[in-house]
Design a protein around this ligand. Structure first.
Ligand code: FES
Length: 208
């Protein structure tokens, strides 16, 4: 072989090149594989959920206001596994999306879609307002000001035909047209290519 000493099957230059490429590949994998695992792990993480009864239908306002409920979203996590949700009845002329049995009672998450601070409903302004960086959302949870990248998350709801109680199910995320998506983290937009860039947080129920 050209460049190789007698008895050698590969030149020293070639050997050094292969060694350098191999070391480079190992170093690159050491950086990229953990990052890839971090990005993809949520796809395979399954979070248990269950329907939680939160009161009779009459508890929930049929005008432009909300009542709050505390949901247990992570079992065995105590208070840190709970979240605040804003709830009201579906309003004709206001709520035009998802006219199905999972949306007769609207349940809007209090987690801001900028970086996750808790938003607060302000009746006088008829807006959800985030105290951290000034995010503002309307009564449907759609962003009307500030840095949040998508509307507030929601929860599936249903009315139990036996007990008559309203039950809240798993969280879902929405794009700016309130189309449903499996849950994403705050800061992850869902419009356009955004819906393909960020992995779902868990495999929720099949879309109704
Ligand atoms: S966390 Fe709500 S605006 Fe930044």
């Amino acid at each position: 072989m050209p460049g190789a000493f007698e008895g050698e099957t590969v030149s020293r230059r070639r050997f050094m090149t292969l060694t350098a490429h191999g070391a480079g590949g190992v170093a690159a994998a050491a950086f990229t594989l953990p990052a890839l695992g971090f990005a993809l792990a949520p796809i395979f993480k399954h979070q248990a959920w269950s329907w939680q009864a939160v009161g009779p239908v009459s508890d929930f306002p049929d005008h432009q206001d909300f009542v709050t409920r505390i949901l247990n979203v992570q079992k065995d996590a105590g208070e840190s596994g709970t979240t605040l949700v804003y709830m009201r009845k579906r309003l004709s002329g206001v709520d035009t999306e998802h006219e199905d049995q999972y949306n007769q009672i609207i349940a809007i998450s209090s987690r801001c879609m900028h970086v996750g601070c808790p938003v607060r409903w302000t009746s006088a302004a008829e807006r959800f307002i985030c105290p951290c960086h000034g995010g503002v959302y309307n009564i449907r949870g759609i962003v009307t000001g500030g840095p949040p990248v998508r509307p507030l998350d929601r929860f599936y709801t249903r009315i139990n035909s036996t007990s008559g109680l309203v039950e809240v199910g798993p969280r879902y995320s929405v794009n700016s047209e309130l189309q449903r998506f499996s849950p994403r983290l705050p800061g992850e937009p869902l419009d356009g290519i955004g819906q393909f860039l960020y992995p779902s947080q868990f495999a929720g129920p099949k879309k109704p």
